[in-house]
Design a protein around this ligand. Structure first.
Ligand SMILES: [Zn+2]
Length: 203
């Protein structure tokens, strides 16, 4: 599925910006409506989808590729189900989400129900923490690549949307997590390898 990505040292990157990069902490700018179909914007959108799939993750916001614009892409492919036990898949309320790309998205909370689950971020590579998120949200915006302009999401998909929307406002999940739950996801492997391990920032 994933193809080779050349490394790029100017945005939009082929890697994820990491926490500390100022681009992750500013409010991203609206895309001007007349620019939506421009080569620049469609190129950024294509790149976001390419990187999303290459890294086999479920969401990306433009600032994560170094671009301070309000664009998000989300996808939870059916094949990802195999990466989780049926119990975890069910407990986290995961479900298939077709590729959904929004320019200038807005989010509306549709239910007061909250779920707290472990969450990670490609911009805080190698860690996770428990974050409370709303169970049901509606995303509206300019849908790209066949995405409707309005999409109601539940469970894990709603979580993805809230996480990516946060990125557009300079918020990272660690700002919202239960701090005591912060975890290095390879801690056990670090022990079994006698401390020899590495976090990779490209793929
Ligand atoms: Zn993230």
């Amino acid at each position: 599925m994933s193809t080779e990505l050349e490394s790029r040292t100017v945005p939009p990157y082929n890697h994820f910006t990491q926490i500390g990069d100022p681009v992750l902490r500013i409010r991203a700018e609206e895309v001007q409506p007349e620019c939506v179909d421009s080569q620049e914007i469609t190129g950024i959108v294509d790149q976001m989808v390419k990187v999303l799939r290459h890294y086999d993750c479920v969401g990306v916001a433009a600032p994560q590729l170094g671009v301070p614009l309000r664009i998000i892409a989300m996808e939870f492919r059916e094949e990802k189900r195999e990466q989780f036990t049926p119990e975890v898949y069910q407990q986290r309320k995961m479900s298939t989400l077709p590729l959904s790309v929004f320019i200038n998205p807005k989010i509306e909370v549709m239910s007061d129900t909250i779920h707290t689950q472990p969450e990670g971020c490609m911009s805080v590579r190698g860690f996770s923490g428990r974050v409370a998120r709303y169970d049901r949200v509606k995303v509206t915006g300019i849908g790209m690549l066949g995405t409707p302009d309005e999409l109601e999401l539940v469970g894990w998909s709603a979580r993805i949307a809230q996480h990516e929307m946060d990125h557009l406002n300079g918020i990272i999940y660690i700002d919202r997590m239960d701090v005591s739950s912060f975890t290095c996801i390879t801690w056990a492997r670090i022990n079994s390898n006698g401390g020899r391990d590495a976090i990779m920032f490209d793929k």
